[in-house]
Ligand binder design. Structure first.
Ligand SMILES: C[S@@+](CC[C@H](N)C(=O)[O-])C[C@H]1O[C@@H](n2cnc3c(N)ncnc32)[C@H](O)[C@@H]1O
Length: 464
């Protein structure tokens, strides 16, 4: 059964808020969902986290025609309507439509056709700053199909709150102090943090931290954040700038400055230059509440890991700047990246903690057997975002369900997707992509993401 990313986010938020309600199965393309929630407070709490919810309403009545809608309004008990209707505070009516735009004149007619005896509000009408907002919400069939002549569903509802979509703008990469070529889009980062069930005072780790976009998103929810990256130059603002108009990076370009930009630096622990293929530096104990990451796909440059056999490699401070004294680097095979990530997460995540990561695939040959498995980790969501006609990436969510015992449980991949070609080869063999090979802005990773809501389809493992 296919769901949109919206369902994963919603289910995760309900989990975080410990709200136990059934989320109905739903068609992709239908943007409305009716939930039976315990209180207005719980509705507000959901909206205060959700990126993919536009607005939440208290549903008063529903019909497939206006006659049905009015009949349903008439059925409302006085005990329910009276406190609202008798309220002296200002109010307004609003018509919202999905999949069709309605001229203002028609909207007014629709408002006038509502059961005025039931909706005889005593307060003053205020179209700009009303205290209460009542909406007719019309649904003209699923997008992207053409709109139906008449609405298929009509709802009358009281507006309660908007979701957090404006945060996508507030945290947009264009305004971010420090970005890298593959910085994760702000909206997706925040959705990943929601799916990772990040909460206040948690400890969240990104082993492929780059410019720290995922740390910013986790810190928004009050989590303490840290990360590692193999790229010393990037973490020390010495890498080539990622913005076209910059010649040199500013000395203060850092993950810390990104967090400071949003007043979140008190939650930043650190970012270490380290190779994720090695975990010797970590204490042998569960450490993290969530691991949220976007591993390298090897498109911009082949993914690398440290090559030396010595177990504990450190880089001497004095040698770093000369550029010649890093430990030798080897190609890091994509399958190994993901197996290492699962092994690491199985060991260092607390029980019930989530691992959320992107996994690149070829659309034609992909099967679920390509996703690495680990006996301690259970896949809970698997969601596809198409990158082009042949390639996509999947947002995989796994939950730690079993304690880890060293050496016994290892990650495995039933069918290695990357044995014959690296993802980089798959990517650049796609003729459509030859045009997109402009290097330097990171646009090829974020371009598709902006179309996020109609581009992402999800297989929700809970429901298969
Ligand atoms: C897709 S980027 C992550 C971008 C990051 N989410 C952001 O918003 O900036 C992958 C990162 O993995 C790092 N990386 C590659 N190989 C690594 C390794 N073996 N260990 C740790 N980091 C590695 C790269 O330097 C790169 O910054």
């Amino acid at each position: 059964m296919y769901f949109t990313l919206f369902f994963q986010e919603l289910k995760s938020i309900l989990n975080v808020l410990r709200i136990d309600v059934d989320v109905p199965k739903h068609d992709v393309g239908n943007p409305f969902m009716v939930l039976h929630l315990p209180s207005i407070e719980s509705v507000k709490n959901i909206a205060s986290r959700a990126i993919l919810i536009r607005s939440v309403y208290e549903l008063w009545a529903h019909g497939t025609t206006y006659a049905e809608l009015n009949a349903a309004l008439q059925q409302l008990p006085d005990t329910f309507t009276e406190p609202h209707v008798k309220c002296q505070e200002s109010y307004r009516f609003h018509v919202t439509s999905f999949n069709k735009s309605i001229p203002n004149k028609e909207k007014i007619k629709k408002i006038e056709s509502l059961a005025s005896d039931v909706l005889d509000f005593q307060g003053k009408v205020d179209l700009k700053n009303a205290k209460h907002s009542y909406h007719i919400v019309e649904h003209y069939g699923p997008f992207p199909q053409p709109p139906t002549e008449e609405p298929v569903d009509i709802y009358f509802a009281k507006w309660i709150a908007d979701g957090q979509r404006e945060k996508i703008n507030e945290f947009h990469l264009q305004k971010r102090h420090f970005i890298a070529n593959t910085s994760m889009d702000a909206g997706l980062s925040m959705i990943m943090a929601n799916i990772g069930k990040v909460e206040k005072n948690m400890l969240v780790f990104d082993p492929f931290v780059g410019s720290g976009s995922l740390l910013v998103a986790a810190a928004i929810h009050g989590a303490y954040v840290l990360g590692t990256d193999i790229d010393y130059l990037l973490l020390h603002a010495k890498a080539r700038p990622s913005r076209c108009n910059e010649k040199k990076r500013a000395a203060d370009e850092s993950i810390r400055s990104n967090l400071r930009q949003y007043g979140l630096d008190h939650l930043y622990i650190d970012a270490l230059v380290a190779d994720s293929s090695r975990s010797n530096m970590w204490r042998n104990n569960t450490l993290f509440d969530a691991i949220i990451t976007d591993p390298p796909y090897g498109i911009r440059e082949g993914a690398k890991k440290v090559g030396t056999q010595t177990v504990d490699v450190t880089i001497d401070e004095d040698l770093k700047t000369s550029g010649n004294h890093y430990p030798q680097r080897l190609d890091y095979h994509l399958s190994d990246i993901f197996k290492d990530l699962l092994n690491f997460s199985a060991k260092y995540l607390h029980k019930n903690g989530r691992l959320v990561y992107w996994f690149p695939v070829s659309i034609q040959t992909y099967t679920e057997d390509n996703i690495p498995t680990h006996p301690c980790l259970q896949m809970v969501h698997n969601c596809e975002q198409k990158l082009n006609t042949r390639l996509s990436r999947r947002l995989i969510t796994m939950e730690k369900v079993k304690d880890f015992s060293d050496g016994i449980q290892e990650a495995e991949v039933r069918v290695d997707h990357f044995q014959e070609a690296t993802f980089r080869e798959m990517y650049f063999n796609d003729s459509n992509l030859q045009k997109e090979k402009t290097v330097g802005t990171g646009k090829e990773r974020t371009a598709g993401i902006d179309k996020l809501t109609n581009n992402v389809e999800c297989l929700d493992v809970d429901d298969t």
